[in-house]
Design a protein around this ligand. Structure first.
Ligand code: NAD
Ligand code: MG
Length: 391
């Protein structure tokens, strides 16, 4: 029996590697449907290669084109289309490789229908981790982490007989493109410099998030929800080689770590094949002697204030993580579009978090409203900043 996969975000960096894994194990996995954002040419290639039953385009015009070319396939579009996609009954795992909180509602819907979810889309977990985890506990859906650090912790936990023996988690951080720069050197860094990640080849948004360290902040919040560990017991260390993907410390001080190449196909494949570890396609055996030495350094929260802020919003809970995430999504895009400077990303996120006020947590609908309001506010601030610069 093949596992049927529904893939959101098929044309992206994670989506493409997920398709590689599916194709490499065609006897085990089958792509039954997918969604994509912009790249209709790539979507066409995927349709021809995998013959899915259903495809969701972000744009209506793309949906119409595909409907004309592939009339036997169900063609949908937009955010409503994503909800319809996950309501299709015939799949085993929703693989969420969308970037940004647009992936949240279809994830919640799939969980409420009892489907397992392989989650690369960390923004969804950051915005509504409490809702996702309580819904999953109620319906019995498994949340299978795809982020390499969380996959590492999840893999290591398979070998721990008593889960309450876990004292703390240690997430490794490569430090991103600017890890060797001082804060004063960040003033005029360029987009090309920000996108040159030392270890991983990833989508633009997460590569920039690594440079600002927002990515590690999102990952701390993601880990808190996935593994139910308090923030005081989640640590981050700088590890330049990205070989130790993360570790756990047990009550007696024993440390268990997961190591491997910087290749996202490993955690992707494990999320699909769990609990089995399948052979990797085109595997080159991982050889620690080729790496030689591994380094670990304390992380400086003054140098990386976005990590510090993530701990704060995580502890505050409610809508605060959604504010942090939404402000980052808008500011990150504005830097990618050349509208603001690198350090203005941090300033916008900090301002959005500090202006947010809430006293008693938020329901999912309130969180969604907070997400929307924050985006509008930060877009306005960016418009003000850019008009100031033009004057
Ligand atoms: P990407 O930008 O390469 O791909 C994102 C996908 O989402 C694309 O298919 C895009 O078309 C689609 N998409 C974007 N906006 C959309 C919208 N509004 N509606 C519908 N579809 C939309 O991103 P990526 O690097 O593959 O990252 C995907 C997720 O995985 C992110 O949450 C990221 O943080 C996480 N992640 C990525 C990596 C990596 O190596 N790339 C590693 C760990 C975690
Ligand atoms: Mg990661």
């Amino acid at each position: 029996m093949t596992k049927k996969i529904m893939l959101m975000g098929a044309t992206g960096s994670i989506g493409t590697q997920t398709l590689e894994v599916i194709a490499a194990h065609a006897n085990l996995f089958e792509l039954v449907g997918f969604s994509y954002g912009q790249n209709i040419d790539k979507a066409r290639e995927i349709i021809k290669a995998f013959s899915p039953k259903i495809v969701v385009s972000a744009q209506e015009s793309d949906q119409q084109q595909l409907a004309a070319e592939f009339p036997d396939m169900t063609n949908l579009f937009g955010e409503d289309g994503l909800i319809e996609l996950v309501r299709t009954e015939d799949y085993d795992i929703l693989f969420n490789a969308i970037v940004g909180s647009v992936g949240l509602l279809p994830t919640v819907e799939a969980i409420n229908l009892g489907h397992d979810v392989a989650l690369a889309n960390k923004e969804a977990m950051v915005v509504a981790g409490y809702n996702i985890m309580t819904d999953a506990a109620r319906t019995g859906s498994k949340i299978l982490p795809v982020d390499s650090e969380h996959s590492a912790i999840f893999q290591v936990l398979q070998g721990v007989a008593c889960q309450d023996d876990v004292r703390s988690l240690t997430i490794t951080a490569s430090g991103g493109s600017f890890r060797d720069k001082k804060r004063e050197e960040l003033v005029d860094v360029t987009l090309a410099e920000a996108l040159a990640h030392p270890n991983w080849s990833m989508g633009a948004k997460i590569t920039l998030d690594s440079a600002t360290m927002v990515n590690k902040g999102l990952e701390v919040i993601e880990a808190h929800h996935l593994f139910g560990v308090p923030y005081e017991n989640i640590h981050v260390v700088l590890h330049r080689e990205s070989i130790v993907h993360s570790m756990i410390t047990l009550n007696d001080g024993v440390v268990l770590a997961q190591l491997g190449a910087s290749d996202m196909r490993e955690p992707i494949q494990y999320a699909l094949s769990y609990p089995k570890h399948l052979k990797m396609h085109n595997e080159k055996p991982f050889d620690l002697t080729e790496i030689g030495a591994l380094h670990f350094e304390k992380i400086d929260l003054v140098r990386f204030p976005m990590l510090d802020l993530a701990y704060r919003v995580g502890k505050l809970g409610g809508g605060y993580p959604a504010v942090y995430n939404a402000a980052n999504e808008v500011a990150n895009q504005a830097f990618l579009d050349g509208k603001i400077s690198f350090l203005e990303i941090e300033q916008l996120i900090t301002r959005a978090v500090f202006e947010h006020m809430e006293f008693d947590g938020q329901t999912l609908n309130q969180i969604l409203a907070t997400d929307k309001e924050t985006r509008q506010k930060v877009r306005q601030w960016i418009a003000d900043l850019t008009s100031d610069k033009e004057e």
